[in-house]
Design a protein around this ligand. Structure first.
Ligand code: COA
Length: 213
């Protein structure tokens, strides 16, 4: 029992709408996705980078990093730093992009100073449909982002967040269990150990999961 091949773009032949993002995103150095993380979209998961990762410009240099075993539902959007206009001056109008002299005097460093950095999604995260993750956010391992949330702040590991702006609705497990889950980090296990212990991984008995580690 070895599970699906993580290098296959469409691991469910009857459901081409489901795609493993790691092989689908090959050749995109500023998006890094771990194995088995999938995107589900009736219009095709191969359009993930164009439709779901917005304002992501090479010259900005920000990265989208997503861990292993994440489930990304239809219409999720990662808004990257290129979306933000400089706000510290009187006008937010991006004169420079229109050229014809308006680019003169534009200080890219002022704009860059307001950037929020990389967007990071941990391992085993479930992001509900049409959720929007704003620039620079870190979503912790094991978190759930409710459908249509707008995530503006970091999400703690194993939290369920929802709404606009997304707030923690509840924690999935008590603090001690979360610590133990993070120590176990089953997503880093060798694949054969994961495959042999699926019942412990999808169960809720932390001692049993630890025993499998
Ligand atoms: C978040 C979710 C997992 C439910 O979690 P839950 O802990 O069982 O939540 P409940 O249904 O018990 O609701 C708890 C509270 O959260 C609120 N809530 C649920 N979903 C919400 C959402 N998407 N946005 C904002 N609030 C939400 C409920 O209204 C409820 O509020 P209340 O306590 O004031 O009554 C589910 O609502 C969701 O969004 N699932 C994603 C589904 C999806 O997109 N699937 C795509 C295919 S994978």
């Amino acid at each position: 029992m070895s599970g699906p091949n993580p290098d296959i773009k469409h691991p469910m032949p009857m459901h081409p709408r489901v795609g493993f993002l790691k092989p689908l995103l090959e050749g995109r150095p500023n998006i890094e996705v771990g194995e088995y993380t999938y995107y589900d979209d009736p219009d095709g998961p191969e359009h993930f980078a164009e439709r779901c990762v917005l304002y992501h410009y090479d010259f900005v240099g920000d990265r989208l990093v997503i861990g292993r075993f994440c489930a990304l539902a239809q219409g999720v959007v990662f808004v990257m730093n290129g979306a933000n206009h400089a706000m510290s001056g009187f006008s937010t109008f991006p004169f420079n992009i229109f050229g014809h002299g308006w680019e003169q005097g534009f200080d890219v460093k002022t704009w860059e100073a307001e950037n929020r950095g990389d967007t990071t999604v941990g391992h085993d995260v479930w992001i509900g449909m049409e959720a929007m993750v704003m620039p620079g956010v870190t979503v912790g391992h094991g978190a759930i982002v409710a459908a249509r949330s707008v995530v503006t702040h970091d999400v703690p590991a194993y939290a369920i967040v929802g709404g606009n702006p997304a707030r923690t609705m509840r924690m999935r497990f008590d603090e001690h269990t979360v610590e133990r889950l993070l120590a176990v980090s089953w997503w880093d296990w060798p694949l054969d150990r994961i495959s042999r212990n699926l019942d412990a991984i999808r169960g809720a008995d932390i001692a049993r999961l630890e025993a499998a580690a």
